[in-house]
Design a binder for this molecule. Structure first.
Ligand code: R5P
Length: 265
């Protein structure tokens, strides 16, 4: 692997082999998502606990201080919206010149396997990998399901992760599933990070699935709403960080969450 690629990956995946990515890219198809109306404000108290932020060029340029000490994963696919016909009909929306100009440590894009636009999103991935590899920039593939959340079974996610890795993704972001998640990770020859999905009823559910996913081989998370849409984002991200980097159990994470919430840690 080239020095530049290694250097960028080492900024994202920490020395312990683990990673906590904080995505705030939801507006690229959802508009001003709840609690992300002002993304720059949303991340202020929590970004210090993340290993990287994931976002689009528009939010990066307009809402984030260029002196931010965190690496950037630039979301470079889009072109659809929640009120449009099909979320899977994405294109690559950002040029390689812009990716370099914005000093991205990685780029991310969605693939929609099993959808009408499967071929388009997979060839988008392959082409993006070709362009980015020339400059030592890793591509993180996002295995997206659009509105069809019920698709998130181990069999389907394993298929998606493997295909994304085969096409050249350096990291794959996928959903967690309760049954056989280890098969998803085992079948994927590149590191897997878990997306959070819609906000859960309780914070403990997040600690449980992050912990279980890590035990089953994920290297970390790319988790947004279950941090910044919660009542206590700092407590949430600190507890999740402790699971990822300090091997906390869900019980220990819950206890840290309560302490931070109460201003005792
Ligand atoms: C989708 O809008 C984005 O790709 C998000 O980055 C991804 O879904 C992870 O965020 P969350 O944990 O909120 O699902």
């Amino acid at each position: 692997m080239e020095w530049g690629m290694k250097n960028r990956l080492s900024r994202l995946i920490q020395a312990d082999g683990k990673a906590l990515f904080l995505p705030i890219d939801h507006g690229y198809f959802q508009g001003p998502t709840h609690k992300l109306e002002k993304p720059g404000e949303t991340i202020k108290p929590i970004v210090q606990y993340a290993d990287a932020i994931m976002l689009t060029r528009g939010v990066l340029r307009n809402c984030v201080n260029p002196a931010i000490p965190k690496p950037v994963i630039l979301r470079v696919s889009g072109g659809t919206s929640v009120v449009g016909e099909d979320l899977a009909n994405e294109a690559i929306t950002t040029s390689i010149q812009e990716i370099i100009r914005l000093n991205a440590s990685a780029v991310s894009m969605s693939v929609f396997i099993g959808s009408k636009y499967e071929h388009q999103s997979l060839t988008n991935l392959a082409n993006l990998v070709d362009v980015c590899e020339d400059y030592g920039i890793p591509v993180m593939a996002v295995t997206a399901v659009g509105r069809e959340l019920e698709k998130r079974t181990a069999r389907y996610l394993a298929l998606c992760c493997r295909i994304a890795a085969e096409l050249g993704a350096r990291v794959v972001k996928t959903y967690y599933c309760e049954e056989n998640f280890e098969k998803v990770v085992e079948g994927c020859p590149v590191p897997v990070v878990i997306a959070g999905g819609p906000k859960t009823e309780t914070q403990r559910e997040v600690f449980d699935f992050v912990y279980d996913g890590m035990q089953k081989g994920a290297i970390g998370v790319n988790l947004g709403r279950n941090i910044w849409q919660t009542e206590h984002p700092v407590a949430a991200i600190r507890a999740i960080r402790a699971i990822i980097h300090d091997n906390y159990t869900p019980e220990e994470a819950q206890s840290l969450f309560e302490q931070v919430k109460a201003g005792k840690a």
